[in-house]
Design a protein around this ligand. Sequence first.
Ligand code: 13P
Length: 252
Amino acid sequence: MRRKIVAGNWKMNLDFQQADELIANIVKELNQHHRKDVDVVICPPFPYLMIADYEAETNGYFLGAQNVSIFNNGAYTGEISASMLSAMCVDYCIVGHSERRKLFFESNKDVAEKVNRLLENDVKPIVCVGEVLEERENGQHFSVIKKQVSEGLFHLTEGQMQQIVIAYEPVWAIGTGRTASTFQAQEIHSFIRGLVLEKYGAETANEIRILYGGSCTAKNAKDLFAMPDVDGGLIGGASLKANDFVTIAQSF
Ligand code: 13P
């Protein structure tokens, strides 16, 4: 049975003190309520990984980064390598978020490279896919997602694929308050699982965890997570409020 997972993507938010308080509050509240069958991942900005690391790891939660370099090491000013993340006890790393695809021109090929670097360093990739509004309105969402999944991931072996978490984040739902319906989420999640089934077989398809992201809140998480192919969420705005994030983490 797949373990449930909820990850908070803080994006580039909060000052040091706010970050320190948020992580402390999340951990405190989780410790009061937390169900042990849910993996909780906290993905703060790079400079706050250290504080989050101590709080999260000592309490049984996971630490995630939001990005990684395609390079191993060397003269790449400003980049952060997968081995550095691994040395910081980072367990997961978000790859190919739509903000990085759009604003920093990350391609599916870049996603594939980043996934490789992470797996080489025992960090689990959370690979984001999703269509923009125009693609959905034109009925292209299935083909867009198929391309993102296959070009980003289908070079992996079966064993590697089982380390991957996929996050379906329709771009039109991110930060807009326009959440995908439970039908839309389930339809795409089951489509993605079907792609994995076709390529890797039933065991991997049953193992792989697929998260929903995009205006997922304390109010709508329960309905979304009740869908059979939705294994949890990748949470943006609502992960910046301890109460909301902890409620979401318990919405199974
Ligand atoms: P929101 O939850 O703010 O819509 O963001 C989702 C997201 O981009 C998580 O990676």
